[in-house]
Design a protein around this ligand. Sequence first.
Ligand SMILES: [Zn+2]
Length: 466
Amino acid sequence: MPIRPVLLSPRSQKLIATLILFFATLASSAFAQQATLDAGPQDPQIAAALKQISSARVQATIEKLVSFQNRSTLSAQDPDSIAAGHGVGAARDWIKSQFEAYSKDCGGCLEVKTDSFTENPAERIPKPTVITNVYAVLKGTDPDRAKRIVLVTGHYDSRNSDNFNITDAAPGANDDGSGTAVSLECARVLSKLKLPGTIIFLTVAGEEQGLNGSRHFAQMAKSESWELEAVLNNDIVGGDRSPEQDTKVVRVFSEGVPIASTDQDLRLIRNLGGESDSASREVARYIAEVGRTYDGPVQPMLVFRLDRYLRGGDHSSFNQSGFAAVRFTEFREDYHHQHQNVRTENGIEYGDLPKFVNFDYLAGVARLNAASLASLAAAPAPPSKVHLLTKELTNDSTLTWEASPGATGYEVLWRATTSSEWEHAQAAGNETRITLPKSKDNVIFAVRSLDAAGHRSLPVVPVPER
Ligand SMILES: [Zn+2]
């Protein structure tokens, strides 16, 4: 179709020129503020496993957990109650049987274990109480790399309005049947993979009593010197069906200044602006990158604080023991459906029932967890002893590190000190030293390992070396 010439008045021409300038500025500033790196390549094996995640399976898990009536840590765990399918003991045994069934399906690839201990009386524990964590270990296939562990957890205990009520229903469909379902579903689909690093699928009890189960487990990991690189805690990830819910995102909370910092750590953090570079925060950024790589229906929304106001969770037990750990929680919680006796009052339905859970959303959260766990377990170890040389006053920056088993190359990342996520990457080949014409005073650097297939390790922020 021929184009008819249009005559414009000088005023219109000026207006159009202004508009062009406006949009050009917008585009260039958007480019300058590009907040994120390119997504990494998908691993076809991981992508295929993610397709197995099923909203019907997570729904069945939650409905089964709710059938135990009350999963308070203080509830029954005697043989008769277990046989009758009531109480926390029955829930514990059922979870164990699920892990065992998944293991059977993969030729015994999972080691199914319990971590059981007696907690002494405390504010929310009236008498000595046995608490049992149930977990499955998918051991890494590479003997050198199998000692590196990533872990996913949720709590299988529940409560209603009264923390001491062990008789009325405490369905705990969302809090935290949803997180338990994520651990189980990740175990089911990832147990079919062969990954060089180890993954642990954990479910804990005692959360509502004061994080007792996770504290015990984290302290065991610390006392046994586990190389636990990342902990993903899922607590209230069911996407409660309230009208204001955003089903496209899940919040990922991470601590800033680590609770386990020594005085020396704190001095460095204060002097160098390290407040937003805890190991937990690097895990959160890693999850954001995995979200872009595997492009699922539920994307992470990073929240740079330990947890929500007035609330706590099992990730903080791991933080206390010095491990990197983050918390996943749905975008908007409905407090009528948490820690409430099941009832209707003034037309409002209270109680944590399966009908308020969005199982497609929960499957999306499980998918993001599984992608993150598998990516970390597939990746080479992060570089060790990452140093930034600060002997001389110079506007260049020199970084050094030690080679990682399984790595075929390294990348230096950096971002503006005011930016939330890594912005730039520079390949360093398989060298373990690089000098960049960029002032260390103006950016935050990190180094990560890569392998031939493009798997990326967690990035490591350097310590200054004089
Ligand atoms: Zn919870």
